[in-house]
Design a protein around this ligand. Structure first.
Ligand code: AMP
Length: 473
């Protein structure tokens, strides 16, 4: 069975009590701040009681999808937005979000970050009941489940969401426009982040707090795992799902390691601080004698600073990243692929030559990036290379929305650390351990999802469900 389309992304929702205001520009800026969570497609849906629903999506970065005209046409005081992450083989406009179903008597627009592992089964049930699907998206399944409970069975929205969530297995942070109101939902395990902020007349929901900072909104709180929130009478109203507090919390550790921006705070834990702690933990585990600590930019900079501070070994830049290389195209030949790597990262020979270097990266997934990277670094002729990694060996796929890779592609699932070190041709290789990572994050281990590093998943995984691989230019 092919895994359903996964939705790993950034989501936003804005509710403004003044219905003469258009909030699409604010959603646009929030999505801009969440661009790191997805570069493949972007979309915004807006609603106003008089004008109804508007919706626009496109492929590519937020700035290339939306110009002044597109934003102007999106009128309404309520809006949701989405940026979608790129995976191999799924790059098509039908998979862009927000997902909208419009059926005459009403509509539902939804932005989803996460992955529903039993969506095949849920979809089959709906098809048997006569529902018709036009995409392979999990979000369409959730939308029709909601339509059935709310519009067909007449449940009020919170009860309809309750009914739907009872059946969903997997991860989901959702922003939903339904019945002219905005709802935010976070799965009872809290796998994906979602927080709420306030600004003037608006309430803002977003995957990461960095989105609040850019529009000068004041963070209020994270959505509690298993909570449904909506906005009425200028207040945050809350409905707790029956399952809330009854299942194991499973916050995704990879948000802290790689995915989120360092200037975001998720569930009370600042990402930058966590990455600095990762560096300090790496120092405890690997007290190497070296001349300089170099990060692989950008995600490993805080960890390299953390290692440097803990060890007293100077921090130094040794690789420069071209910030303008975004998603390009798949390079057909080896020569072009090498060129693409050099275009993206270039070593500073003067900073590396003849030195014993500690190079820090956030994670090794398939190992292809590290191999290319280290080949470049070696050309700059360091005396020694010690490669330290801020994520324990990734030995299993993620089924909850971080497209890692399939097991056969995961280098640490197939080779030992010694073997990988040999393949990379370096002096030493050291991964952070699971206990050290847990300490760096500062959350009890039982509250984290560590599925990709210990193969203990917080839900059942249907047999044959295939994991996806991310696409990297
Ligand atoms: P590789 O080992 O070739 O798969 O590349 C690993 C590098 O890609 C890591 O150091 C991260 O910077 C980045 N990375 C890790 N996981 C992901 C992901 N799910 N999507 C995009 N990039 C990722």
């Amino acid at each position: 069975m092919q895994g359903e389309m996964e939705d790993k992304c950034g989501i936003v929702g804005i509710h403004c009590k003044d219905d003469s205001k258009d909030v699409a520009p604010l959603v646009y800026y929030c999505l801009y701040a969440l661009q790191h969570r997805g570069q493949e497609s972007a979309g915004i849906a807006t609603f106003n009681h008089e004008k109804g629903l508007e919706h626009y999506c496109g492929m590519g970065l937020i700035t290339s999808v939306f110009g002044d005209d597109e934003i102007k046409n999106l009128e309404g005081n309520m809006s949701i937005g989405h940026v979608r992450y790129s995976t191999t083989g799924q790059s098509k406009i039908e998979n862009s979000q927000p997902f909208v179903i419009d059926f005459g008597d009403g509509f539902i627009a939804m932005a989803h970050n996460g992955d529903i592992v039993n969506s095949d089964e849920l979809k089959r049930e709906l098809i048997d009941e006569g529902f018709y699907f036009k995409s392979d998206s999990d979000s369409e399944v959730i939308c029709y489940m909601l339509k059935k409970e709310h519009y067909d069975n007449g449940k009020d929205v919170a009860d309809a969401i309750e009914e739907v969530c009872k059946k969903l297995v997997g991860s989901y942070a959702l922003t939903i426009l339904i019945d002219g109101e905005l709802y935010g939902v976070r799965d009872p395990m809290g796998i994906k982040p979602l927080a709420v902020a306030k600004r003037d007349d608006e309430f803002i929901l977003a995957s990461e707090t960095v989105a609040f900072d850019v529009i000068n909104a004041e963070y209020v709180r994270d959505i509690v795992p298993g909570e449904v929130i909506y906005f009425e009478n200028d207040e945050i109203n809350s409905h707790m799902l029956e399952s809330a507090g009854k299942c194991k919390l499973s916050h995704c550790m990879f948000e802290y390691v790689y995915f989120a921006r360092p200037d975001s705070t998720i569930d009370g834990i600042n990402v930058y601080k966590t990455r600095m702690n990762i560096g300090a933990q790496l120092r405890k585990l690997y007290p190497i004698d070296a001349d300089v600590v170099i990060p692989v930019p950008d995600s490993s900079i805080p960890a390299a600073i953390g290692y440097s501070r803990a060890s007293g070994i100077p921090y130094g830049e040794g690789l420069i990243k071209n910030r303008y290389v975004g998603r390009t195209f798949i390079m057909p030949t080896q020569e072009e692929r090498e060129l693409a790597v050099r275009l993206k990262l270039n070593p500073i020979k003067e900073a590396i030559k003849g030195k014993k270097i500690i190079l820090i990266d956030d994670s090794i997934v398939r190992g292809t990036t590290s191999k290319q990277l280290l080949d470049l670094v070696k050309e700059a002729e360091p005396a020694e290379i010690h490669f330290l990694v801020g994520c324990p060996p990734v030995i299993a796929p993620c089924y909850y929305g971080v497209a890692m890779a399939t097991k056969k592609e995961l280098i640490a699932a197939n080779y030992s650390t010694e073997e990988i070190c040999k393949q990379l041709g370096i002096d030493s290789l050291g991964y952070i351990t699971i206990p050290a990572l847990v300490e760096a994050i500062g959350m009890p281990k039982e509250n984290l999802c560590l599925g990709c590093i210990n193969e203990e998943y917080p839900t059942e995984i249907p047999e044959g469900l295939e994991a996806e691989t991310y696409y990297k230019p």
